[in-house]
Design a protein around this ligand. Structure first.
Ligand code: KIV
Length: 312
């Protein structure tokens, strides 16, 4: 894509500052443009997406980051938590999302087990996300203790996003999905985590399920853009899960979720209406049917008439 736009633009290589084709109104979101947004105090927007249609709609709504979250384990695959989703399952969804995203930054979660066994294994898995699914940034959960691993992945030219606070892949260690960073010791650890990932050079830092005051302190402390979910309004950006904002989760929403639409009601109503129309012979109507041409219809009539005559 980059090479194509350079050729089309015809400019000298040193003049090319963006891989977006010249004249395109919306710029491609990059690691550098996220940093710029933080500096300019422009809020960063991020939504999850797990398939082509949702990714395309989210991208066309000018959302900055499309995240193929491992939350797809629950939202798309019906698992009880994120732990069992595999690299292959994540890749399957990320490839579909890739085809729907043009301008947003495409980020994919490294699932549980894909970076816990060893650095070489983690690198191999991260490279699969880039080579097989066109992922621009991989997200890895965990703070200070992941800093060395994150540096290794960055050394392999793969941008990494961090994720600290309530990290769903640690659900069994945390003893449930609990708000983190409530005691002074936990706040201190969260600050160390944030600073370690900031120094390692992550593209952005997801802060999940922590008090507003702590998220605010971290955001002021680090140069990395922070993206909050259940972390209050003082982060550099906000992320929500696609299924949460559209009432597609079948569970009561968490405190931080705001519903922006009711896709469950829309889909349920449409399914009921379709069923009723079919049962009442109201669907399909004649205008929704294909027809033979007049000539073919006449020829068919002639053939059928001849057959009926032979039977008499
Ligand atoms: O998996 C996911 O959807 C996430 C977001 C909630 C940040 O990691």
């Amino acid at each position: 894509m980059g090479t194509g736009s350079i050729r089309r633009g015809g400019g000298a290589l040193e003049d090319i500052v963006s891989i977006a084709p010249v004249g395109e109104p919306r710029q491609k979101i990059t690691v550098a443009s996220l940093r710029e947004k933080k500096l300019q105090h422009q809020p960063i927007t991020c939504l999850t997406a797990y398939d082509y249609a949702s990714a395309r709609l989210v991208d066309e709504a000018s959302i900055d980051i499309v995240l193929v979250g491992d939350s797809l384990a629950m939202t798309m695959l019906g698992y009880p938590d994120t732990l069992s989703v595999t690299v292959d399952e994540m890749l399957h969804h990320t490839k579909a999302v890739r085809r729907g995203v043009k301008h947003a930054m495409l980020v994919a979660d490294m699932p549980y087990g894909s970076y816990h066994v060893g650095a070489d294994d983690a690198l191999r898995n991260a490279a699969r996300f880039v080579k097989e699914a066109g992922t621009e940034v991989v997200k890895i959960e965990g703070g200070e203790k992941r800093a060395d691993l994150i540096r290794r992945v960055l050394d392999a030219e793969i941008p990494v996003a961090g994720h600290i606070g309530l990290t769903p892949q640690s659900v069994n260690v945390m003893g449930g999905y609990k708000v983190q960073g409530k005691s002074l010791a936990e706040i201190e650890q969260l600050m160390r985590d944030a600073v370690a990932l900031d120094r390692a050079g992550v593209a952005f830092l997801v802060l999940e399920g922590i008090p507003r005051e702590v998220a605010s302190m971290i955001t002021a402390e680090v140069a990395t853009p922070t993206i909050g979910i259940g972390a209050g309004p003082d982060c550099d950006g906000q992320v929500l899960v696609f299924h949460d904002i559209l009432n597609l989760t079948f569970t009561p929403p968490a405190k931080f979720v705001r519903r922006y639409g009711d896709a469950a009601a829309l889909i349920t109503d449409a399914a009921h209406a379709f069923r009723e129309d079919v049962i009442a012979h109201q669907y399909p109507a004649d205008r929704e049917s294909y027809h033979l041409s007049k000539e073919t219809q006449q020829a068919l009539e002639t053939v059928l008439e001849r057959k009926r005559g032979m039977r008499r």
